[in-house]
Each structure stands twice: as structure tokens, then as C-alpha cells.
Design a protein around this ligand. Sequence first.
Ligand SMILES: C[S@@+](CC[C@H](N)C(=O)[O-])C[C@H]1O[C@@H](n2cnc3c(N)ncnc32)[C@H](O)[C@@H]1O
Ligand SMILES: [Zn+2]
Length: 321
Amino acid sequence: MGEGTLTPEYRHEPVMLQEVLETLSLAPGSTVCDCTLGGAGHSSRMAQAVGEEGLLIGIDQDDMALEAAGKRLDAEAPGVPHKLLKGNFGDLDRLLVSAEVPGVDGFLFDLGVSSPQLDIPERGFSYNEDAPLDMRMDPSNNTLTAADVINTFDGPDIARALRTLGDEKYAREIAREICRRREVKPIETTGELVDAIKAAIPAAARRHGHHPARKTFQAIRIVVNRELDVLEEGLEAAIRWLNPGGRICVISYHSLEDRIVKHTFQEMSRGCTCPPDLPVCTCGNVPTLRVITRKPLVASTEEVQRNPRARSAKIRVAERL
Ligand SMILES: C[S@@+](CC[C@H](N)C(=O)[O-])C[C@H]1O[C@@H](n2cnc3c(N)ncnc32)[C@H](O)[C@@H]1O
Ligand SMILES: [Zn+2]
């Protein structure tokens, strides 16, 4: 990970790069869309693969990412046409209409936040730094901050979010402590939230394993950015835009994300859903996808050692029929 302060360089090692390139198998001249451009770690190689006759469309909701990506693409894939678009992939239809392409041959989704986003204290994603509780990936379009969630959501709703989105064992205790503290004074910084979490968790549970705030921060971040809702919307739109034979590759880092990817692919690769005893098909469903990865691909041990972000990564790939 990076240096912990605003750095001019955008450091983020692309996860499972070889696997992405191999499974997307982009032909020269094709159109590829990276829905989570970040610093263009994957995209610079995808741009090289489609070449000067091809087109790379890069989407990110983060201005810093777009700026860093533009520079990297100019340096590493000069001459390859690219269109970089600011926006949320939940809004993919509108973004691709604005890119004026008839269809797309390959999509990549590399979900979540990037290392630079986590490393800049002011973004409020990090439990290691004290900063305003923000966590918005796109502050210009999203008015809901982490502070709003923590200070205005009902206690049971906070507990449910921590349990389902963070898999937090002490969800109820943490939510209760948050509510107790905010009665006295709103919780405004990441440091204040970390203090509340630490106070809520039994001392023994605090001593080993990951940082005690890790799961709560993950859950709140998913709520703030509506990450699961936009994933569903983005995947469905991407599959509609895929040209026949084109592939979609999704890297997820969270079991709920992986479940959405798996179910969406399964659903769209299923044909008729009529009961077997019906003499003729009445549903009219035809499959639009072929699943390429029955089981998700995971990173090699070497990669996980080199890049801890790869530890929970799962890749699923499907092909448009
Ligand atoms: C894990 S990083 C991608 C890193 C990139 N693959 C690389 O190798 O440099 C995820 C990026 O996707 C962006 N992002 C996450 N969710 C998004 C969404 N719903 N719409 C648009 N961008 C999103 C984040 O701002 C972040 O820059
Ligand atoms: Zn049927």
C-alpha cells in the first residue's frame, strides 16, 4: 500500500492481472470497457491488447483516479484511443450512450476502493487515521456521508448493516455504543468511530486478528456508496451491451458481491424456466450468457504474499451468446 499522505503518484497494484488478460482474451481492434478504471493498472494492459485500432473506455467516479489513469494510459499505451468517463457504473447505459459505441467486446469490474483512496486520510475511509467520517467515492454526486449513516440511521439498522455487510460479530454491541455516544455528541471523525467500536468489543476480542474497526468500516462504506445495488445495476447493463462472443470479467472482494455476480451470471445463462411437466415452453426465456468460470478464480500464493489486497479476490467470467 502507499505512503499514507497525498502523493502525486497513484500506487495501486492491479490484482490478478494475468488472469484478467487471459480470460478477457481481447482481440486487436476490439472495444473494451473498464468500469472501475482506478489508476489504469489493468486498463493500460487492456489498451495495449486492443491496440491502435481498438478503443478503451474507462469509467470511474473518482476524479483523482481519472487523472492518474489518463497519464498512465498516455505513457504506457500511447496511440491507443481511449475515452475516460466520470460516473458511476450503476449509470452504465447513460455513460455508454455518451461514449457513442454500438457495443462492447469486453468488460472489467474490479470492485471496491483503491489503495490511494484508502491512503488519503481526508477521504475518511481509513481507521488508521483520524479524519472526518466521509467514505464517499464520489463526493460531487453523493450527499450521504459515513457521518450521516452513523448519526442518523436507527440503531437496529446500523446493527443489521454491520452484521450483513461487515460480518461483524459484535454488530449489536457496536450499534448500541454508537447510539449511546451520539446522544451526547455526534460522532464526526474516523477516530471517534474507532473509539466507540473499541469500547463496544470485549477486550479479549480486540487483542488478536485484524483491526477491530475493519468490518464496521467496510460495512459503512458499502452503505454510503450503495455498492451492492449499483453492482447489480451495472452488471445487468454491461451484459446488455456486450457483443456476441464478448466477455465480462468481475473481480470481487466480498462474499456478498461474489454472490451477486454468481447469481446474475447463473440467471442469465439459464434458458427456459418453465416447470418440467409443462408440455410447451411458456416463459420464452433464452440464455444470453455462458459461464466461463464454474468456480471463481483466486490469486496465487505468490501474488497474495506480494499484494495482500489479492487475498480475498475472486474472479468470475462469462461470455455473451
Ligand atoms: C479496486 S479500484 C480499481 C483499480 C484498477 N483496476 C487498477 O488496477 O488500477 C476500484 C476503482 O473503482 C472505482 N469505483 C468503485 N465503485 C464504482 C462505481 N460504482 N462506479 C464507478 N467507479 C467505481 C473506485 O473509485 C476505484 O477507483
Ligand atoms: Zn420456458
